[in-house]
Design a protein around this ligand. Structure first.
Ligand code: SAH
Length: 340
């Protein structure tokens, strides 16, 4: 009973001080204060874009910073929080800004949940009734590859979805992966989350260049694993993300190849206009090219929304996230144990 009370204070009411837990005995509150912290990460930077997107840079520890983005009004009245699962990334996708930052470390479950807590603080909606909430969806589409940090991602989803806490339905939580094939089944079985796959190419030769992970898990294996994703159905479709790169992957022939690749999979295709970043080697496809591509996919019976770029002016759009954190080699760390 006590655990449930404390849980509610933290995850439903968002308190950051044990002293505020008024239905807990005073002595117990002091004991909790002495033994535990309820601290939020330090907000190193907060930016709001012209179109209402908010981006936070959270500092979890010295040199460990990650970005989180809130995108209001994504349809259906709610808004999506895009959380990071790692600081930096190991995948090096050639079109992604995060890929230019080496992996610093995995985030812990608490650090992933803290990103939602920061957003709720900022949006002032700890007390809001369900229907009035703006933060209704969570997408693991920030920095990092969630399937390389699946234990923490699973625990974080358990907390975010808990009915006694934030109660964000698992159907409103989407985990995006570049295609870590051996972890896909486990993701579905352990989290029940919606799956998004960053596809971006329809043949191995091109995908090897864009998403180097493809060299380890080529398209045939990836598509077989997606077909076997637990719970896949017309009511629970997989999302394929496809970034539109001018002259690289945006031809009508590729749209037709995409349709063949997806045959029989309950899917929707999210076409993402390429978001440029400082020094990026690609350009975004022309609007007409994207529309023609979408039309071909759409005629084949797949929803193919074109993702409107949001928050580009503050580098908060897909693939633009990055932090200045870098891994300090043990030998370069300041010595704190020097002899007195
Ligand atoms: N590593 C996971 C989670 C990141 S999700 C994954 O790859 O799915 C971020 C999404 O934005 C991915 O689909 C990624 O491929 C896409 N993306 C990366 N850089 C982009 C850019 N510059 N413009 C548009 N989309 C981009």
């Amino acid at each position: 009973m006590r655990a449930q009370q404390i849980w509610r204070w933290i995850h439903r009411h968002g308190v950051t001080d044990f002293a505020a837990m008024t239905n807990i005995a005073k002595e117990q509150r002091s004991a909790l204060t002495a033994g535990f912290v309820l601290q939020r990460p330090q907000i190193a930077r907060r930016q709001e874009s012209a179109d209402g997107v908010i981006k936070w840079l959270s500092g979890f520890a010295p040199g460990v910073e990650a970005e989180t983005v809130f995108i209001p009004d994504v349809g259906g009245g709610g808004g999506a929080l895009c959380v990071s699962s790692q600081v930096g990334c190991t995948l090096n996708c050639s079109f992604c800004h995060t890929g230019t930052q080496a992996l610093v470390r995995n985030l812990t479950a608490a650090e992933i949940v803290a990103q939602a807590q920061v957003a709720r603080d900022d949006l002032g909606e700890w007390m809001a009734a369900g229907g009035e909430r703006r933060l209704t969806n969570v997408v693991f589409m920030g920095m990092g590859e969630p399937l390389y940090n699946l234990d923490a991602v699973t625990s974080a989803i358990d907390v975010l979805a808990d009915n006694e806490g934030m109660a964000i339905s698992r159907r409103r939580i989407t985990v995006s992966t570049a295609g870590v094939v051996p972890m896909l089944r486990s993701l579905g079985e352990r989290t029940g989350a919606m799956l998004a796959v960053s596809l971006h190419a329809t043949n191995d030769e091109l995908r090897d260049q864009l998403v180097p992970l493809n060299r380890r898990y080529p398209l045939a294996e990836l598509m077989a694993a997606v077909r076997a994703y637990p719970g896949l159905a017309n009511s629970k479709r997989v999302t394929f993300e496809y970034v539109m790169l001018r002259g690289v992957n945006d031809s009508p022939a590729e749209a037709r190849a995409l349709v063949r690749l997806l045959a029989g999979i309950p899917a929707k295709i999210n076409l993402i206009p390429f978001n440029p970043w400082p020094g990026s080697p690609y350009e975004c496809s022309e609007p007409g090219t994207i529309e023609a591509f979408a039309a071909i996919v759409n005629r084949a019976g797949y929803a193919s929304p074109i993702r409107t770029p949001r928050g580009r002016d503050i580098l908060a759009a897909c693939g633009q996230l990055r932090s200045e954190s870098f891994k300090v080699r043990a030998s370069a760390r300041p010595r704190v144990d020097s002899a007195v």
